[in-house]
Design a protein around this ligand. Structure first.
Ligand SMILES: Cc1cc2nc3c(=O)[nH]c(=O)nc-3n(C[C@H](O)[C@H](O)[C@H](O)COP(=O)(O)OP(=O)(O)OC[C@H]3O[C@@H](n4cnc5c(N)ncnc54)[C@H](O)[C@@H]3O)c2cc1C
Length: 448
């Protein structure tokens, strides 16, 4: 029979099902890592013959947001080949499975930069297909808007180059339409000229939380697009990798990245002056760096961990909202980080050439996360996520950003009803037998 696939306990199955977020560890019926088109076509032939649904992933950073996989065949894409940079067109051709660190390294010698997020290990393709909020997001917009072409293998095993001139409707759907169209084997994207960057963070004791948040939201209302920042409430564990100054109970952090403009005053300096006037930070570190260094300068887990959390897109935050946020996430909260990421700027501007998801109509993204050490801790974290959700309900836009959704079972709405219909029409056209239907993110489809 066509199709080499692997079953539980086989080392090849265990490799193919490896994920970064261990809370979403998938247990499909069968799995295979594919590195070539021939291998991918072989798995698809197996799935068609056995009538098993096909699921797709790369690094498993978004594993917990993927629906449950029993009865499915999981394809892990680790496509052969290096990132190819075209310095004249300023584009990168990225094989599926490539992580942002490799994209940034390939672009750096040409003085080009990419709209990556806060981790060098996140897969470029999964991030781009789901929108992607970069550490430069307010300057460069949603990362999916930089995609210029997608190489897609559909259920029949055919390879298609999809772009603005070749099946523009499918090209629209692939960029934020939620998946379930096929297996992406490569993405081509625009890069932007590298400029000097400053990135880092500063931390204060929780006693200053209210005044710091008041000043941060005040600054954020008119902040220059060159700065993208986040306000964090941290309840960090007493473990050696956490700096000793940050281990004494709840702390407040502000993280930011600024792309420097020669002819304008620094928005980051203005923000830090405002915040340092409240109190001197107990620790701060701001690194002038090249874009190639930025992707590795962000704080966060670099080893696979179980992550449980929740996400909302929020409207403007008044004093009542700030008080509700701090009360729900501060001392006593099991959340290790509760972050308000600043949106707006180019992230709020629709792109006439963009796809299903081209901007966010929200002022902040809330993301609360914790790393449970067992089922009891997981239950306590999930219960607390509901408490924070209820506290923030008056400011919840009801919309969600797919890259930040932490569980496929949580309420999520990435698209308008007309966009959901449009994405579903594309799914039904390119995948009439529904081989990939279960791979569509719940916030983007009415198909069951
Ligand atoms: C530590 C950490 C930091 C992060 N920082 C940011 C950030 O700054 N900004 C941000 O926006 N997001 C961020 N994320 C979220 C991340 O962007 C998403 O989880 C993203 O979906 C990861 O893509 P992936 O391919 O690595 O993950 P995977 O879990 O492998 O893939 C996620 C989904 O993408 C689709 N997919 C992946 N590969 C393919 C393929 N070859 N063909 C078709 N579909 C495919 C599938 O639907 C899959 O379920 C972060 C996540 C973590 C864990």
């Amino acid at each position: 029979m066509a199709g080499e696939v692997y079953f539980p306990h086989d080392p090849a199955y265990e490799h193919a099902t490896t994920v970064f977020n261990l809370h979403g560890a998938p247990r499909p019926a069968a799995a295979r890592t594919v590195r070539t088109l021939a291998e991918l076509r072989d798995v698809l032939a197996y799935a068609r013959t056995t009538c098993m649904p096909v699921r797709v992933h790369s690094t498993g950073h978004g594993a917990a947001a993927a629906r449950e996989m029993s009865g499915s065949v999981l394809v892990r894409t680790e496509m052969d080949g290096a990132v190819q940079i075209d310095p004249v067109r300023r584009t990168a051709l990225i094989p599926a499975g490539t992580r942002w660190g490799a994209v940034v390294d390939a672009a750096a010698p040409y003085d080009l930069a990419a709209p990556h997020g806060s981790s060098a290990d996140v897969g470029a393709v999964g991030y781009l297909l789901r929108g992607g909020v970069s550490v430069y997001g307010r300057l460069v917009g949603l990362a999916a808007n930089s995609v210029t072409a997608v190489d897609l293998v559909t259920a029949d095993g055919e390879l298609h180059r999809v772009d603005a001139d070749h099946d523009p409707e499918l090209f629209w759907a692939l960029r934020g339409g939620g998946g379930g169209f096929g297996v992406v084997v490569a993405v081509e994207m625009r890069l932007f000229p590298a400029r000097p960057v400053v990135t880092g963070s500063a931390y204060w004791p929780v006693v200053h939380a209210a005044e710091l948040l008041r000043r941060w939201t005040g600054w954020a209302a008119t902040a220059p697009w060159e700065v993208t920042s986040a306000f964090q409430v941290l309840n960090l564990p007493d473990v050696p990798i956490v700096p000793v100054e940050l281990r004494s109970g709840t702390m407040i952090g502000v993280a930011a990245t600024e792309v420097r403009a020669d002819d304008a005053p620094s928005g980051l300096t203005e923000l830090l002056d405002e915040l340092r006037a409240v109190a001197a930070p107990v620790v701060e570190s701001w690194l002038p760096c090249t874009p190639a260094e930025v992707v590795r300068a962000q704080l966060g887990p670099d080893e696979p961990v179980p992550i449980v959390g929740d996400h909302l897109l929020l409207a403007d935050l008044d004093e009542r909202a700030s008080a509700a946020f701090l009360a729900a996430t501060g001392s006593g909260s099991p959340l290790i980080t509760a972050e308000l990421r600043q949106l707006g700027g180019a992230l709020a501007v629709p792109d006439p050439r963009g796809g299903a998801l081209d901007h966010y109509d929200a002022r902040y993204s809330y993301l609360g996360n914790a790393i449970p050490d067992g089922p009891e801790a997981t239950a306590a974290i999930e219960k607390h996520c509901a408490v924070v959700r209820a506290a923030l309900a008056p400011w919840d836009t009801g919309r969600t950003a797919p890259t930040f959704v932490e569980s496929w079972q949580q309420p999520q709405r990435h698209l308008d009803p007309e966009q959901i219909d449009r994405a579903d029409r594309v799914r039904t056209r390119v995948d009439p037998t529904g081989l990939f239907r279960l791979d569509a993110s719940p916030g983007t489809t009415m198909l069951r």
